[in-house]
Write a protein that binds this ligand. Structure first.
Ligand SMILES: Nc1ncnc2c1ncn2[C@@H]1O[C@H](COP(=O)(O)OP(=O)(O)OP(=O)(O)O)[C@@H](O)[C@H]1O
Length: 669
């Protein structure tokens, strides 16, 4: 069966507002979207053929997690099917006895054993049903948890460079949608199994009563099933249509009540446009749903008519058999019951098949995501590193981001010695952050060698590298948790130590901020929740800094650590970083604030991914036309620190590859 093309999502109407605001339909680049067109056009038989593979997927997961519960579940379902067949046979016996020509008392006596047997078996079936529910209840969360945990465990081990790869990232993103499907697939599989067993039992009984009755069963059930497929398919398409527009409406209405959009919504009157767009889109949804409802009504009328006709035909066959004396009345009664039982079973199978097919798409995405994640995993184990950090040495290291046309780093050779403040400077996009991520073990060189304590990072135990590094990146995470947890997550593999948390906060000048929060350490740094509060950019930066301190790693990498701090806090922060070297900690500092680099032990200047200058501040300032010196003098002039003797601010000509001054605003200059 093919679904009418007019109902496929490709033909969705678009409101003018969607065209204006989104340039077209707002579609997710997710598995759902990738699968929707094939899904809405596949035939019932195609779906039926997929059934073993679909159930196999969840069956294997269930077997891995709890084979006993799975066996119990299967036995209970099969048992229920057998019981149903037995009840039909008992019903037939009872009807034959009741329709006999014996006196009533005798008829009742003869029917009694069958009736009692049927009741006993019905009770056992009810018990088995309870056993099945309990086993499924035990199995479903286990299977869901195991599959979900397997996925997330694999996802967090994916190489950072692989995460930059669009296909890997998309696979992981799509995988998230499959975690719920595991449970739903299992539930649907049980229902399908239950209905199938019931149908087979009814068909077997009918075949014994009279072979032609199996045919009548098909005549009645098939159009019903057919109608159900069409209806479910219509519903499915309708949901897509609804989703498509709902998504666009959500994006708009969400923006209307957000804090960050509130100023422009008012000051620029953007609200009027957006509310108008909502109205426009909602009208499109209404029109589309009306169209679908009409189509659905038509389909239902047609399929119900065919089904009714088929039922009429089937009952005519029964009538004929009765009239010709080929079938006793009692048998005909049992046949009607069996046919109705099997028909209900078929409807259930069709409904669940549709559901399972949809879920199996997500499940396949989940399986694929796990495979992709495992293929791109950070290798476990490797050469252990000597304790602490002695040095990190790069030899002709180049690095190209996946899919990037040019390398971000080109044959960089440098050393980061222990216990020093090493500054990385260079203009925007020169490769500083990339280099720091290589040093942190987050990326591995595309070519060249990076050695950590003398061990090639490609062979080293990468977890040991991570263990030795604390990173405070430019866009460090603002964890939606308590202030305490935001610091503790810096070293979450050891139990929380409040004393250590406090010390780290004090070192990062964050303790005062936390003490002033309404719920102090238990304040959620997340607005809109109980105990929630909002931190400023500078306060977040201090909290992030406290997190990095809490880690107590021998190498601290800080990327623009003061960009949101006020001038006094900035001076204190750089001083504090310097003091860290007292206990042997090495600091790799990335900053555009050249006043801070002046006190660094070693400065590396990058330009276009290459190392162009290196040395101490004094050595670099001694370089005529040096990139570092040029940038430093411009910044100094901006700050009014080194005007020439006549008060004139020197503005040297900018040599090729020289750094620009630290940008104002984001960098606070
Ligand atoms: N995830 C990425 N994928 C592809 N290219 C990237 C990625 N991150 C950075 N790049 C590119 O690599 C080059 C170096 O970027 P990097 O962030 O290392 O520079 P940077 O010196 O730290 O810049 P800034 O001072 O602006 O922070 C740039 O050309 C940038 O566009």
């Amino acid at each position: 069966m093919r679904f009418p093309r007019g109902g496929a999502p490709a033909a969705l109407p678009l409101s003018d507002s969607e065209k204006l605001l989104f340039g077209g339909a707002l579609r997710y680049d997710k598995s759902f979207t990738r699968n929707e067109t094939p899904l809405t056009r596949l035939s019932f038989w195609h779906m039926a053929r997929q059934f073993p593979a679909m159930t196999g997927m969840v069956g294997r997961a269930a077997w891995r997690e709890d084979p006993r519960a799975l066996l119990t579940l299967l036995a209970a379902e099969l048992g229920q099917g057998l019981m149903r067949a037995f009840v039909l046979v008992a019903t037939n016996r009872a009807l034959v006895a009741l329709f006999s020509s014996e006196p009533t008392a005798e008829r009742l006596r003869q029917a009694a054993p069958a009736l009692l047997g049927g009741m006993a078996v019905t009770a056992v079936a009810a018990l088995l049903s309870a056993v099945s529910v309990a086993a499924a209840g035990r199995l479903e969360p286990k299977v869901e948890r195991a599959c979900t945990a397997r996925f997330y465990r694999a996802a967090v081990r994916v190489e950072l460079a692989a995460m930059e790869d669009e296909t890997v990232h998309r696979a992981l993103d799509a995988g998230r949608f499959g975690t719920d499907s595991v449970r739903r697939m299992l539930g649907s599989s049980v229902m399908v199994l239950n209905a199938l067993v019931g149908m087979v039992a009814a068909a077997a009984v009918l075949a014994v009563l009279h072979p032609v009755l199996v045919l009548t069963l098909l005549l009645i059930a098939a159009p019903k099933g057919w109608g159900a497929v069409v209806s479910v398919r219509r519903q499915y398409v309708s949901r897509h249509v609804w989703l498509e527009h709902r998504r666009a409406i959500d994006v708009i209405t969400h923006a209307l009540v957000q804090q960050d959009t509130a100023p422009e919504i008012r000051a620029h009157s953007a609200g009027r446009l957006l509310v108008g767009a909502y109205d426009d889109m909602a009208a499109t949804v209404g029109a589309e749903q009306q169209r679908l409802a009409r189509a659905k009504a038509l389909t239902q009328t047609a399929t119900s008519s065919v089904s009714g006709l088929a039922a009429l035909g089937a009952y005519a066959v029964l009538w004929l058999l009765l009239a010709r004396g080929g079938m006793p009345l009692a048998v005909a009664g049992t046949a009607v019951i069996a046919v109705r039982t099997a028909g209900a079973g078929l409807n259930s199978v069709v409904m669940q098949f549709n559901r399972m097919y949809e879920e199996s798409m997500y499940l396949r995405d989940l399986e694929e995501a796990c495979r992709v994640a495992e293929r791109h995993a950070i290798p476990a184990g490797g050469v252990p590193l000597p304790d602490g950090m002695t040095e990190v040495r790069l030899e002709k290291v180049s690095f190209t981001y996946p899919g990037a046309p040019a390398p971000a780093l080109r044959e960089v050779s440098l050393t980061i010695p222990q216990g020093k403040v090493v500054a990385l400077v260079g203009e925007n996009g020169s490769g500083k952050t990339t280099l720091s991520k290589l040093v942190a073990g987050l990326y591995v060189p595309t070519s060249g060698t990076l050695r950590w304590n003398g061990v090639d990072v490609l062979e080293a135990d990468r977890d040991a590298v991570f263990d030795r590094v604390a990173v405070l990146g430019q866009d460090f995470p603002h964890w939606p948790m308590t202030a305490r947890a935001n610091i503790h997550i810096g070293r979450s593999d050891v139990p929380l130590d409040q004393g250590r948390v406090r010390r780290a906060a004090a070192e990062a000048d964050a303790e005062g901020i936390i003490e002033s929060l309404p719920h102090r350490w238990d304040s959620l740094v997340l607005k809109g929740f109980e105990r929630g509060t909002q931190l400023s950019g500078g306060q977040w930066q201090r909290l992030g800094s406290a997190r990095a301190r809490y880690r107590r790693a021998p190498l601290l990498i800080v990327d623009e650590p003061t960009s949101a701090l006020d001038p006094k806090a900035e001076i204190d922060a750089f001083r504090a970083l310097r003091s860290l070297t007292g206990d042997g900690t090495t600091v790799l500092l990335i900053t555009h604030r050249l006043a801070a680099t002046a006190s660094a032990d070693l400065i590396y200047v990058l330009d276009g991914g290459s190392l162009v200058e290196q040395g101490s501040h004094e050595e670099l300032m001694a370089l005529e036309d040096g990139a570092y010196r040029f940038a430093y003098e411009i910044q100094a002039a901006q700050y009014g620190l080194s005007p020439s003797s006549d008060g004139h601010v020197p503005r040297p000509a900018r040599p090729a590859g020289a750094m620009p001054p630290a940008p104002s605003g984001a960098d606070g200059t």
